[in-house]
Design a protein around this ligand. Structure first.
Ligand code: ASP
Length: 310
């Protein structure tokens, strides 16, 4: 257990060592370490868990390897629409944005919704206008372009199929959403999640990531959770909040509650993926039912790891 701690994920899915090159593995590991440090260095200075998860997620959004911010997947119309959310476990305040375009860091915008508006969730063009009013950084389409994701979309373009992140090319499933959870020196926990969603998504499809209680939840009494995986089952299972409920109403530990949700409840409805969580005592859970999950934690008691595979 720690005085302060941060855990992050960069998506779960069929992530196999056999599909990975040493160079790519290093790139992922470096990006995860950098994101952990971005959050941890703030916690060390006594800055809040909300700021720490925002900093870690911003770092992952800026990395083209992950399906969030820069590097987001392409929707059916060839655009990149992003979803993000953040929640403060101390105040139960939350902010979220869905289907936003050209926002450099959707998590910053979700934070602005929480801190500067009277609302919890803003969508699309309205969210964009709010972003401009708050001086949130925007970027042109080129900034978000990655050849890798574009080629994935080209394989599905014109079909009715949608796919979760990398699974188009590899014929398997990987979910590149990013997220962070943290406990700060003041005993407050927070969670944030950010994603480009699903390749070739249409009709304004929105996943679990920006939905408070599904992809993200934080409450000092129980846990802070950020999820990644096939969004639809995660929404139906109200996944992140369910972990909190198991802790609050049934007295389960963080580890037990996350295990029940990921390995039992989600699997029963074909919900592939995983989640990270912390509680106010500094316990950390990083559990998934897929082949792998990009993940890491850095804690004041010295626990420090970045992992990819099972
Ligand atoms: N959960 C995300 C969604 O369904 C995808 C992911 O985790 O990569 O939009």
């Amino acid at each position: 257990m720690s005085d302060f701690t941060i855990a992050i994920h960069g998506g779960a899915g069929t992530i196999l060592r056999s599909d990975m090159t040493a160079d790519l593995e290093r790139e992922y590991t470096d990006a995860l370490e950098q994101a952990l440090m971005a959050g941890y260095s703030l916690l060390e200075k006594g800055i809040s868990s909300v700021d720490a998860v925002k900093a870690a997620v911003t770092s992952l959004e800026d990395c083209i390897l992950f399906n969030a911010g820069r590097g987001s997947v392409f929707a059916a119309d060839g655009s990149q629409e992003m979803d993000a959310s953040i929640m403060d476990g101390g105040t139960l305040m939350a902010g979220a944005v869905s289907a936003v375009k050209n926002i450099k860091n959707p998590v910053e915008l979700a934070y602005a919704v929480m801190a500067k508006s009277r609302h919890v969730m803003l969508n699309g063009q309205g969210a964009y206008e709010f972003a401009l009013s708050q001086g949130i950084k925007t970027e042109k389409d080129d900034y978000f372009f990655s050849k890798f994701r574009y080629d994935q979309w080209k394989q599905l373009q014109g079909t009715d199929e949608t796919a979760l992140d990398h699974n188009v090319a590899a014929g398997d499933k990987k979910f590149g959403t990013v997220g962070a959870v943290a406990l700060d020196k003041h005993g407050n926990i927070a969670a944030a999640t950010s994603t480009g969603g699903m390749t070739n998504k249409k009709w304004g499809r929105i996943g679990d990531s920006p939905i408070i209680g599904a992809g993200t939840y934080a409450n000092n009494k129980t846990c802070a959770i950020s999820c990644t995986g096939h969004g639809e089952p995660f929404i139906r299972a109200v996944t992140a909040y369910d972990v909190s409920c198991l802790m609050e109403y049934k007295g389960h530990s963080l580890q037990e509650a996350v295990h029940i949700v990921v390995h039992d409840k989600l699997l029963k409805i074909d919900g592939e993926g995983g989640m990270i969580g912390v509680d106010a005592q500094g316990n950390v859970a990083m559990i998934f039912n897929s082949e792998g999950m990009y993940r890491g934690m850095k804690c004041s008691d010295g626990r420090n790891e970045v992992l990819i595979y099972k």
